[in-house]
Design a protein around this ligand. Structure first.
Ligand code: PLP
Length: 385
């Protein structure tokens, strides 16, 4: 059997050897607690500070604007709930987001509603681009915070974060962007783009699972979500995960250094894949294709098939993709992202997300382009038999 093909980089990526090397000493002799005053502690503190500085450089940020978190989900929760709680007394009681956000943001929005706030969802176009008219109506002087993801994890659509952040500021609204899928795919510079908060996650860029960071621009109001020690100036108490912070910083540096070349490579591979698939399956739908998209994601629906059976058929041939929908407790539910785009339920339930990355080669793309149409053909024959 030929080598398996991993086409699920938007779900997670392999840990880079350079990242593992950088982290290794902190699982061994450099085990100190950064809050301890003795030499072990000082050594750990120095490594943590250095990681923060190096990560800050990759984002155009000041080191004190970065808070290490346990994952992207925590960073999103902290941004939405932390800012909303700190502003609710001022009469700004609403939190706004797009309906195509990751559940990490949508879940935080529900929590705001649960705590007595108002949850507002923006409209998006059929390609997934934020509707400016609905932005202007909903992001108003009763809103505390607005969150718009930079790159969508299911269809790859890229939003105009610069423009949206500016508009939010005109109305006194704090602007957060979930950049978990954007880091390494678009140019991110806190000096050039006026977002107030930005989330990233390590395991999407070659660091391990269980580390993320939230950029919090100086002066942004923020209530902590956890209470206890005074780590990170009380913003996020708990003994810092030094090894993981070091790993995240290393992964971020490598990702940013390689960004332009890797994006060009992935863009060409994705284009080749989509062109080949559309040539052989002319009625296939590629979601968000009319909008600006990050180069690593393609979401394709073939009418008359269903994603669950196609995923299984692909898996049997060693090809790992995911559904364009959330897979919860083993059952595939229709994607909230595709529903928000107005995609009919039968088309949404056929969506397959292929996400490209470091493991994607020319050969892998050629094999998928060959095999996928054959599997589709078979699935359709079985459906009509
Ligand atoms: N936001 C986006 C856009 C994501 O794709 C993900 C992960 O899939 C997350 C947030 C959550 O990140 P984590 O898995 O680190 O909690």
């Amino acid at each position: 059997m030929p080598d398996p093909i991993y086409l699920d980089h938007a779900a997670t990526t392999p840990v880079r050897p350079e990242v593992l090397d950088a982290m290794q000493p902190f699982f061994g002799p450099r085990f100190g607690n950064p809050s301890s005053l003795h030499r072990w502690g000082r050594e750990a503190r120095a490594a943590l500070d250095e990681a923060r500085e190096r990560l800050a450089v990759t984002l155009g940020a000041h080191p004190d604007e970065l808070c290490f978190t346990s994952c992207g989900t925590e960073a999103d929760n902290m941004a939405l709930i932390g800012v909303w709680r700190s502003r609710r007394e001022s009469g700004r009681t609403a939190a706004v987001a797009t309906p195509i956000e990751h559940k990490a943001v949508l879940g935080a929005l529900h929590e705001v509603a649960h705590e007595g706030g108002e949850e507002r969802l923006l409209r998006v176009s059929s390609c997934g681009v934020v509707d400016e008219a609905s932005f202007d109506v909903l992001v108003n002087d009763s809103a505390a915070v607005c969150s718009v993801m930079w790159v969508n994890n299911e269809i790859g659509v890229v939003q105009d974060v610069h423009e949206l952040a500016q508009r939010a500021h005109e109305r006194g609204v704090i602007f957060h962007t979930d950049a978990v899928q954007a880091f390494g795919k678009v140019s991110i510079d806190a000096k050039a783009t006026p977002f107030d908060l930005l989330s990233i996650s390590g395991h999407k860029i070659g660091a391990p699972k269980g580390i993320g960071a939230l950029f919090i621009r100086r002066g942004t109001p923020m209530s902590p979500l956890m209470f206890g020690g005074s780590q990170d100036r009380g913003r996020r108490p708990g003994t810092e995960n030094v090894a993981m912070a070091v790993g995240l910083a290393r992964a971020a540096e490598l990702t940013v250094a390689e960004r332009e070349e890797e994006c060009r490579r992935l863009d060409a591979l994705r284009e080749r894949l989509e062109t080949a698939l559309l040539a052989r399956i002319p009625d296939a739908v590629i979601h968000g294709r009319g909008a600006p998209r990050a180069p690593h994601v393609t979401s394709i629906s073939v009418p008359g098939t269903d994603s669950e059976s196609l995923l299984m058929a692909l898996d049997l041939r060693g090809i790992a993709c995911s559904a364009g929908s959330a897979c919860q407790s083993g059952s595939i539910t229709p994607s909230h992202v595709l529903s928000a785009l107005g995609v009919p339920a039968d088309v949404a339930s056929a969506a397959i997300r292929m996400s490209l990355g470091s493991l994607t080669t020319d050969d892998a793309v050629a094999r998928v382009a060959e095999l996928f149409p054959a599997l589709v053909e078979k699935a359709r024959r079985m459906a009509t038999a």
